[in-house]
Write a protein that binds this ligand. Sequence first.
Ligand code: AG3
Length: 277
Amino acid sequence: MAEMELWFTEQQTPDLGFTCKITKTIYTAKTQYQDLAILETKQFGRMLVLDGAVQTTIADEFCYHELISHVPLFTHPNPKKVAVIGGGDGGVIREILKHDEVEKAYLIEIDREVIEASKKYLPEISCALDDERAEVIITDGIKFVSENKNMFDVIIVDSTDPVGPAVGLFQDSFYKAVFECLKEDGLFVAQTESPFYDQDLIKNVFHAVKSIFPITRLYLGFIPTYPSGLWSFTLGSKKYDPLEVDVSRIKRIDTKYYNPELHKALFALPTFVQEII
Ligand code: AG3
């Protein structure tokens, strides 16, 4: 008898699915906040799924983690204290710690079980969480940024989609609190979904950030396992403009997607994306 095939589908829109063949269900749990699964896929290797949405895979995690980390960190001239809101898999922390001038990177994650599952099953991604420059704080990111003022050079919001536990991370009041939580020359980046499917969200976030931060920019990258593959990031900054960076001074670090030539090019937007914001 032919061996049974198992397939996982993320329903990316009400009318579209993204399907991968899986060789094994490594782990599943219902946490206090969400449904969690670690799957072994044939195409992308291990995959972290939260509430049915693909968060990261071994094969393409570098695209997302490098883009959300190195653009802000190479825009700030001297990032010493950095915070990640969400990002329990640890991929952003790993990228942040490639920057020698970073003294401390805080992971502010609401769901302890995401960290634990990632440490156990995704060591390639979570490996830096035990670094002495990394500190994990299990708490609500909204509460954390509203309780800490003038503290960080860079804040990176590595959230899930704007449903369930992450809804509040896409609201005006959160961006105001992020502004207050940054030092006087601080900047932040948030992942802001697909320019194909989430145009209203991108527009709303861009205008909310623009009403708070003197410099607001949108940039794009390619992430094969996310809806449409094309992904957006919104950057808000008090002082430093990513488009003013002297890219000849960007240090070469070990990356597979980000490089100094791309730094400004990422901000060149297709016409249909220019029209969103
Ligand atoms: N956070 C963004 C995931 C969004 C994916 N959306 C989807 N598949 N519908 C990723 C966390 C990686 N550290």
